[in-house]
Ligand binder design. Structure first.
Ligand code: HEM
Length: 207
């Protein structure tokens, strides 16, 4: 009879197996560019995290201090643009191919949660820039949150926003994206919708 140990062993065996992470064959329909968009989103996220770690290690005073740090800050900024750009295109691809089908509901849900977490992650990044725009955005958004009864989220507190942007939100996002990709590896990529034009017509008579 199945119990927790047996079930965990089965799940872990599947998650950690080389067949899950290093498949030697791919379905033909998954070879196109449209199926690379998720990986491009994930790759942008890696560049985003690496450049962000450098910025966090050197601290705010360094962000515009010299050419090298301006390059790192620009890399961080442009990888955010790439991340959101590819994520939107990926979202369209998974929507139009009905990628929630075949027991992929949880994969879909985790993708949607990643999207929702990505928005405040980016927004808190704008808030810790320290220029006039970030101050204006913080005050306006704080007014908005106050009006919604969420006054305990203090967007004008730079330290709180720094903690949110460089620790809480990116770590949560990393876990959610990790689970999303793990499920994609376990369930594989969704097959296309059946081609209705090539289905035999009713009664068998071809016009
Ligand atoms: C945070 C950003 C995201 C990353 C890094 C990501 C990554 C990926 C990757 C690498 C795949 C494999 C297939 C492919 O590349 O097309 C995939 C598949 C999938 N994604 Fe995402 N994704 C993200 C956001 C989303 C969003 C917003 C949704 C929908 C609300 C979503 C739903 C799905 C579904 C249902 C699949 C599995 C079925 C299939 O591949 O056809 N993902 N994702």
């Amino acid at each position: 009879m199945a119990n927790w140990t047996v079930e965990s062993k089965r799940m872990l065996g599947q998650v950690l197996s080389a067949d899950t992470w290093l498949p030697t064959e791919m379905p033909e329909y998954a070879q196109g560019f449209m199926y690379m968009l998720g990986s491009l989103t994930a790759s942008s996220f890696v560049v985003l995290c690496l450049s962000g770690i450098l910025l966090a290690m050197k601290g705010p005073a360094s962000w515009t201090a010299n050419e090298a740090m301006r390059f790192v800050a620009a890399t961080h900024f442009w990888s955010v643009q790439a991340f959101f750009f590819f994520m939107m295109l990926h979202l369209w691809r998974v929507f139009f191919t009905g990628a929630w089908r075949g027991g992929r509901g949880m994969t879909w849900l985790l993708g949607a949660v990643a999207f929702l977490i990505a928005i405040p992650t980016a927004f808190t990044g704008f808030l810790i820039n320290g220029d006039l725009y970030s101050e204006w955005n913080a005050v306006q958004a704080k007014d908005g949150l106050n009006a919604m009864g969420l006054g305990w989220v203090n967007l004008t507190n730079g330290g709180q926003m720094m903690g949110m942007h460089i620790v809480v939100l990116p770590l949560t996002l990393t876990v959610v994206i990790g689970l999303h990709i793990t499920l994609v590896r376990m369930k594989s990529v969704v097959p296309p919708y059946p081609d209705l034009n090539s289905a035999p017509s009713e009664g068998g008579a071809e016009s």
